[in-house]
Design a protein around this ligand. Sequence first.
Ligand code: PMP
Length: 307
Amino acid sequence: MKEAKFIWKDGKLIPWAEATTHVLSHTLHYGNAAFEGTRAYMTQKGLAIFRLKDHTKRLLDSCKITAIKCPYSQEELEKAQIELLKANQDIFKGNVYIRPLVYLGYGVMGIDHRKAPVNVAIAAWEWGAYLGEEGLLEGIKVKTSSFVRSSVKSTMGKAKISANYLNSQMAKYEALECGFEEALLLDDNGFVAEGSGECFFIVRNGKLITPPSDNALESITQATVIELANDLGLEVERRRITRDEVYICDEAFFTGTAAEITPIKSLDFRQIGDGKRGEVTKRLQENFFEIVLGKNSKYSHYLTYIS
Ligand code: PMP
């Protein structure tokens, strides 16, 4: 990874290499930590964080869900992310990924987490296309996972929390080892839920279809794409999708902060559409990048400029 100079930890900027934690940190053992993934884009007016408020709100919501008392307010956390980007600004040449993490530190062991200290770290580094530049242009090969998206009967899918990502990690591992680039997870009723770190859309007869958020993270990129699609006069339907409907759709793509809008060229060896990025996906992608790069004034309220 591309290291930056500073990491914000518990209220202070410290050198990247010093942002370490004790091996007996509670989160390392029991997996309770809330985190975010936010992007800052290199616009013509310098770095701008995309939807900072929404990501920070989701971070605090995740803390609430998992009963972690975050010692910082929404405003303090937003300021910290801006401060961090300012401090690292001179070495950032391209788009940046921001990773705030609210975790349980050193001091108590055992499952009861109530007395564990809460630490907050925010790192930011330069990060290009998550599923590859080629993936953005040509599309990726996807496999329906043998792992079911964790059921809402036993996990809390509105929270972006570390423990939820074991399931994602195993699904991703399986997909990669089988020669695919990403996994598509079904819910416990067999309907499409989401990718290992993305939401999912198909296009049929010019209409966008994406599942409701009950078995997927409430995604900020998915919301942006729906808003954009409405603007472009595209119809959007939120309903359940079966895996065989994906096989016969015209286009499919993943959305996520890291994945942005990544076209899907095949699922389980069935070519989707023409087996490359479709026209609707391309149009959405182009418009999405205009928004995040500050070239569409209607969406400028989503950007927080750093300098
Ligand atoms: N689902 C999962 C499991 C994710 O990890 C992510 C990435 N945060 C998403 C969906 C997409 O969410 P967002 O668009 O808010 O990044």
